[in-house]
Ligand binder design. Structure first.
Ligand SMILES: [Zn+2]
Length: 211
């Protein structure tokens, strides 16, 4: 069984979206659409590597028991359980998370993801873009106004792809009111209002930015 999306998001954020195998740190580019990039530290099934029948099913599927790992290293640890113990993997995971925290790697992950989502939208791959957006939403909010604004605009772009202009406007509305100085969201909001024939808002922004 793969971890739930909620668990995967939690683990991925703490790992900066990178493999925690010592010396690897590969960016898990498929993260968001491929939940197999998370290894069970103590094996999922009876015959899985590092399985411990004394653990509860709930613990087994929890974030505590999940490690972000590239496909190559996921295979390495599962094929050689005698070489890599539960204790080893827990240690890698916590060292890796420490490194992520100390080196601000979460911001790198965000920047990478935002670029990737932009490309997905341009290609018309909206489902995948939205899936990735769900993954970064929480981090973006925590990393400040600029990132939050960028993800909201991306979300609105996805909705507009499906002609859901009202939903797109709704997505931005609160943020726009609260952050009048963030031009990116102001313009995106004004652009949506234009589709409803409302050009007043755009005029207002232009007037405001001239002063
Ligand atoms: Zn790796």
């Amino acid at each position: 069984m793969a971890f739930s999306k909620k668990v995967a998001v939690k683990v991925a954020i703490a790992a900066g979206g990178r493999c925690c195998f010592p010396g690897c740190r590969e960016l898990l580019t498929e993260y968001g659409s491929n939940l197999s990039e998370f290894a069970h530290i103590s094996g999922d099934k009876k015959k899985s590597a590092r399985h411990d029948s004394s653990l509860s099913e709930e613990y087994r599927q929890s974030a505590e028991n999940a490690a972000a790992m590239c496909l190559k290293h996921h295979k390495v640890i599962d094929d050689n359980p005698e070489d890599y113990s539960v204790v080893d993997i827990h240690e890698w995971k916590s060292k890796h998370e420490e490194w992520v925290k100390n080196n601000n790697k979460t911001v790198d992950l965000l920047a990478f993801k935002i670029k990737e989502i932009n490309e997905l939208i341009s290609r018309g791959d909206i489902g995948k873009a939205q899936n990735n957006l769900d993954f970064i939403e929480e981090i973006a909010e925590n990393e400040g106004t600029e990132y939050h604004a960028q993800t909201l605009v991306l979300k609105a772009r996805c909705l507009r792809f499906y002609e859901k202009h009202e939903d797109a406007a709704e997505e931005l509305k609160y943020f726009v009111q609260k952050n009048p100085s963030v031009i990116l969201t102001q313009l995106a909001y004004a652009e949506i209002l234009l589709t409803f024939g409302n050009s007043e808002y755009l005029r207002e922004i232009i007037k405001r930015t001239r002063h």
